[in-house]
Every structure is written in structure tokens, then in C-alpha cells.
Design a binder for this molecule. Structure first.
Ligand SMILES: Nc1ncnc2c1ncn2[C@@H]1O[C@H](COP(=O)(O)OP(=O)(O)OP(=O)(O)O)[C@@H](O)[C@H]1O
Length: 250
């Protein structure tokens, strides 16, 4: 069975994948995901954290509808409109930042686009071409483009990777503020537990390949108001759960 549809009225991202196999070079099946289940309430931010190569990108591609070859069910939040920010920003090179947004989100008004550019401090870059932007600016432009779609689900694949520490912190705080303000259901892939704690309401910890969710951590305190001690305790809990999953034979 392979059912991927907006959940009629059900207020959540609901993933129940029995299994997903890739084909290895010699033609054998390589199990990437095995009995992977997760639920994210509407308006919440979830973070997927797991070891390199465990199957995070595979999972995002299934959720984004880019790969339909799996056994299981995925229900998207109502209407199922997706906004996605990839690690490489994938902007159209011959179009300005503002045009990249207009083309991707033709229903967005000029006022909405201007407000988004402003929110992401991109106002002065509206007429710039992607080649003129640093990676940090290009990521922000890709984020503005995804938000202009008014997505029911925003997917961010390693949004802070390859940025220097100060830029990563600034973008992390910006993303946290946007998620808080707009209450978009958001799924973030990250390898960084501290980043997941800073951005997410719920953290899904994944086993090594084949990936399954070994623990789900809910962060009850409103984002940004978590004490340093509470964040450190959560981080230690997450590290322990990931280490325990590594020790278990798959
Ligand atoms: N198209 C494919 N064909 C064959 N094997 C694949 C394919 N895509 C991924 N794999 C394999 O499936 C496993 C999971 O890959 P995936 O890219 O989903 O992991 P990941 O957790 O996103 O990794 P990373 O953290 O390094 O980005 C890996 O062993 C990878 O080599």
C-alpha cells in the first residue's frame, strides 16, 4: 500500500513507513527505512536527528512526494502544500531574488513578497542575482521563496550546514522567530542536537540505517525560553538515546 495524501482534517504530519528499499549497485535491496513512525502536530516544528547515512534524505524525499516507491502511509497537514529548502538553495541563476520568489509563488502579492524580503533582511538584495549572494543570503532567499508559498508543511534540509558559526546562529534565530510567528508545521533535518533543541518542539531521534525513530523528545518550554541547564539535560538524553541505538544490532 502506498498512500500519500493530505490528511482530511487530521491536524498533523503522520508518517508510518513499513519499509523503503534502495537498489545497491550490484542489484541487491538496501533497506533505508524500517518501520519508521512519527507524528507532528499542526503548527509545531519537528527535528529529525540521526547519524550520517541513516536515511534522513530518503525520508524527506518520501514526505516531499519526490519518491513514491515505498511501503507505508504518509499523511500531510491539510491541503498538503509544501515549501522546501534544500541544502543548496537551488535558485534560478538568471532571475533576481524577487523574481525567484514571484516565479515560485505566483499567488503571493507584491506586498507579501516585500514583507518577506524585509523579514529576512533581504530588502537590499531583491534585485540581485543568485550568483551575487553568499551562501547565507542564498539560503535566506530560498527560505523566503518557500514561505511565499504559504506552505502547510515547511521542510528544511540542514538549513545551517556550511555556514560559519555567527551566520548559522543568526539564521537559526531567524528561523526560530519565523516558525514561532507563523506557526507553520515545520520539519527540519539536522545532525546537530543543540540546533534541534533550539528550533524544534519535538525531536525525532533516528537509528543508524535502516532508520527508525528510537526516541521522541518533546520540548515543553516555549522555544527560546529553555534554560541552559534544561537544554543540556535534553542534549544528554538525546545523545544517550542515539548512542544506545548505535549499540543495538539492526
Ligand atoms: N538512490 C539511491 N540508491 C541507492 N542507495 C541509496 C540511494 N539514496 C540513498 N542511498 C543509500 O541509502 C542510505 C541512506 O541515505 P540518505 O542519503 O537517506 O542518508 P542521510 O541520513 O540523509 O545521510 P547524510 O546524513 O550523510 O546526508 C545510505 O546508505 C545511502 O548510500
Amino acid at each position: 500500500m502506498n498512500d500519500m495524501s493530505p490528511a482530511g482534517g487530521a491536524a498533523a504530519l503522520d508518517v508510518a513507513i513499513a519499509h523503503k528499499d534502495h537498489r545497491s549497485a550490484d542489484g541487491r535491496a538496501l533497506r533505508a527505512l524500517d518501520d519508521l513512525r512519527l507524528t507532528l502536530p499542526i503548527g509545531q516544528a519537528g527535528a529529525l536527528v540521526g547519524p550520517s547515512g541513516c536515511g534522513k534524505t530518503t525520508l524527506l524525499r518520501l514526505i516531499a512526494g519526490l519518491d513514491h516507491d515505498y511501503a507505508g502511509d504518509i499523511h500531510l497537514p491539510a491541503h498538503g502544500r509544501l515549501g522546501m529548502v534544500f541544502q543548496e538553495p537551488r535558485l534560478l541563476p538568471w532571475r533576481s531574488v524577487a523574481d525567484n520568489i514571484r516565479i515560485a509563488a505566483p499567488e503571493a502579492s507584491e506586498d507579501e513578497i516585500a514583507a518577506l524580503l524585509d523579514e529576512l533582511s533581504l530588502g537590499e538584495h531583491a534585485t540581485h542575482y543568485p550568483g551575487e549572494l553568499s551562501l547565507g543570503l542564498a539560503r535566506r532567499a530560498a527560505l523566503a521563496r518557500a514561505l511565499a508559498l504559504k506552505p502547510d508543511l515547511l521542510i528544511l534540509d540542514e538549513p545551517l550546514v556550511s555556514l560559519d558559526a555567527a551566520l548559522a546562529r543568526a539564521l537559526r534565530d531567524k528561523i526560530a522567530a519565523l516558525i514561532e510567528e507563523k506557526r507553520i508545521t515545520t520539519l527540519i533535518v539536522t545532525h546537530d542536537i543543540a540546533e534541534a533543541i533550539a528550533l524544534a518542539d519535538r525531536i525525532f531521534l533516528l537509528s543508524p540505517r535502516p532508520a527508525r525513530v528510537v526516541a521522541t523528545l518533546d520540548i515543553a518550554t516555549p522555544r527560546g525560553r529553555l534554560s541552559k541547564e534544561a537544554a543540556e539535560t535534553l542534549e544528554a538524553q538525546a545523545r544517550e538515546a542515539l548512542a544506545a541505538a548505535r549499540r543495538q544490532p539492526s
